[in-house]
Design a protein around this ligand. Sequence first.
Ligand SMILES: Nc1nc2c(ncn2[C@@H]2O[C@H](COP(=O)(O)OP(=O)(O)OP(=O)(O)O)[C@@H](O)[C@H]2O)c(=O)[nH]1
Ligand SMILES: [Mg+2]
Length: 484
Amino acid sequence: MARPLPEPAGGAARAQHARGGLIAVPDPIAEARAAAGALRRLLLGAPEETVRLAVTGLSRAGKTVFVTALAANLMAAPRDPRRMAGLPAVAEGRVVAVQEAGLTVTDAPLFPLRSALAALSGEARWPEPTTRLTKLALSLEVMTPSPGWLGRQLGPSRRAVRLEVVDYPGEWLLDLPLLGRSFEAWSAAELARAEEAPRAERAAAWRGALAGLDPQAAAEHAVLARLAEAYTLYLRRCRDEAGLALLTPGRFLNPDAWAGMPFLLFCPLPLPAGGSPRAGSLWATMRAHYDEYLRRTRAEFLAPHMARFDAQIVLVDLFRALASGAASFADTRSALADIAAALRPEGGWLARLGLARHPPRPVYAATKADYVPESQRGQLAALLRHLVGGNGATLAVAAAACTRDTTLEDRGRTVEAVEGLVEGGGREAFWFAGGIPVETPSAAWFDRRYAVPVFAPPAIDPERGLRHLNLDRVLAAALPEVFA
Ligand SMILES: Nc1nc2c(ncn2[C@@H]2O[C@H](COP(=O)(O)OP(=O)(O)OP(=O)(O)O)[C@@H](O)[C@H]2O)c(=O)[nH]1
Ligand SMILES: [Mg+2]
């Protein structure tokens, strides 16, 4: 029997052949299709495409500043392309208009762009820590070259892109690795962690409250509330006093609309002896609350806001981790490993939820890169790569570059440093003695304590946006389909 004839090769197949070294033959069908598309866009105008960007990162990583700088600099780009010239479409003058767009009535609250810009520009003040989820939408007009013969005759076509970005409290990111973890497993891991320094001393009151309890006893509201409160206090002290990052559940530190919800009354609890908890017991009630917590996280945070994204940027502040000592660094490292595992395309949380089949590869960015001079920013990106592994690009970024590079004399040696205005006035220089390590440093490295200054934010020029380092390169890596 005769075999069916192969399908005529389309444009994509031909392009692949051409890449493989074969000669590309003009394809009249693909050319005609592309030309028709270009003509249709020219006559009817293109429908707006929505591109969703997830900007994630632990608490204080720099998400809100990043989103603000992204908006300010993209909105300024059509007037002055120089600052975002790392985006090919901007450099070539093809991004012709960018403005803030509205949200539909059923959408999340609007990202407070105006107040963030006003704080940065008017009072040179950083935005407040984020306490709830908000969304920013930008509408972009980008001229894209039209393919095909007729496309070339017609010239570039106008593409309308709606870029949506979600901002949320960093603490919530750590709820992501909890999905798929049982109450038993979570409790066992957290109870063990709480025995180690520097957690143990901060956990004393909560563990004291646990000590005399029988997990099989009937659940009483007052006991549930007392334990949850003691555990929340422990998490808060770990964050505020010891600079720790791996603190779950995230809503205990930042409940937003869940404040006071009964299902927040739980904490890690040892499995009762014999392993079979009675119905209505303290243990069974706390497990039910934990399960409800995860169900609500899925239904109200992950599924509606985080599942259908086209690009993801993960921001990491390595300076805070390096400056707060070995324990804080190890803790950030574990938190990042958990997050990197949850974000990986295969078997990650999206796959587990069955929400998206092909999540984009994350772009990891080490933030606040203006804390080190240019010669050390490569090391900063290398340290991040060492921590998150090979899944995704790694870059160093400062969404708001506050410093300038300088050199100083330190005990007879010339050191490269950065210099800037610190919050509240005054100039200060800062440097890491010995530079940024490219792998987890030795315990001796951490013996030297660093007091990291908070620099005042740079001025915003409405025509040009904010001074940054690599913001354009991070966006180019995350959104090539918009800005190539
Ligand atoms: N030098 C410098 N500091 C920065 C930069 N970006 C952020 N910061 C500092 O880091 C702090 C935290 O930044 P945010 O953007 O608010 O962090 P966040 O990730 O939104 O934090 P949460 O909302 O608490 O999750 C700011 O208040 C600044 O002090 C930067 O590019 N350079
Ligand atoms: Mg924030």
